[in-house]
Design a binder for this molecule. Structure first.
Ligand SMILES: Nc1nc2c(ncn2[C@@H]2O[C@H](COP(=O)(O)O)[C@@H](O)[C@H]2O)c(=O)[nH]1
Ligand SMILES: [Mn+2]
Length: 236
């Protein structure tokens, strides 16, 4: 419970940005925090016979362990949403100190990244992917300079009713810190309020794939509704 309202580190972020018609969006990328990790570790060990080891292990969703796992997974997803609600509430309150207008909570879009969902009696595990059922709204973030896309799913069956959940990295963290120049990073972030220093070099836009291309490649999976460009970016 101590972690409720906490962002996490790495590429978790809070971003305030504006779309093509100057609508302001608050985008939060944060998950179930340590509880999700603990639940995953617990069940992976259990499936592997009580000891973490390499390989593919599992149990039937009809077994006691399987049913318990699905219950705990659902709890983690609820916790992740409560966590994001807490953070969005705080951001909205801060904005309202200085700006007029109300947050439109009806437009909240909540999509999970690493999770499993039931569909027609089967479980679809989305890792590096997000749910994109026909008409379902989603968010596909690119990087801290190019921002995010608000999308509507096309329900593509061949893609298991999914799309990418982001641009994805083009290089690892160590390689990014080694090869990206701080000046190049600073210049690229001109006009955006963000933590831009050697500690966040591994989160520089160049560490990620070109989001424009990623969006072009998944045009059969999602339709773009809005493009949100960052004004303020907060990294965990
Ligand atoms: N708009 C922003 N997008 C970002 C930022 N940092 C990373 N990203 C993108 O999000 C996904 C999330 O990936 P995950 O695997 O960690 O779930 C990542 O692939 C990037 O494309 C950011 O600061 N702003
Ligand atoms: Mn994620």
């Amino acid at each position: 419970m101590k972690q409720l309202g906490s962002l996490g580190s790495g590429n978790h972020f809070i971003e305030i940005g504006a779309d093509e018609s100057e609508q302001v969006w608050i985008i939060i990328h944060s998950g179930s925090r340590n509880i999700g990790h603990s639940v995953a570790t617990h069940y992976m060990k259990l499936a592997a016979g009580g000891k973490a080891r390499e390989g593919h292990f599992g149990f039937s969703t009809r077994s006691k362990e399987g049913r318990d796992y699905l219950k705990d997974l659902a709890f983690c997803l609820e916790f992740a949403l409560a966590n994001r609600f807490e953070m969005i509430g705080r951001v909205v309150r801060e904005i309202q100190h200085t700006c007029d207008g109300e947050a439109d909570w009806e437009r909240l879009i909540n999509r999970n990244h690493n999770h499993a969902d039931e569909k027609d009696g089967l479980l679809i595990h989305r890792k590096g992917a997000t749910h994109a059922e026909a008409g379902m709204q989603g968010v596909i973030p690119g990087n801290m300079r190019d921002g995010s896309f608000i999308v509507e799913g096309k329900g593509n069956k061949e893609a298991l009713w999914s799309s990418s959940h982001g641009a994805g990295r083009v290089m690892g963290r160590k390689a990014a810190k080694r090869s990206i120049k701080l000046k190049q990073f600073v210049d690229s972030m001109y006009g955006i309020v963000a933590k831009v220093d050697r500690h966040t070099l591994d989160e520089a836009p160049f560490a990620y794939k070109d989001i424009e291309q990623v969006m072009r490649l998944q045009k059969d999976l999602v339709k773009v509704l809005h493009r949100v460009k960052p004004i303020i970016n907060i990294k965990g």
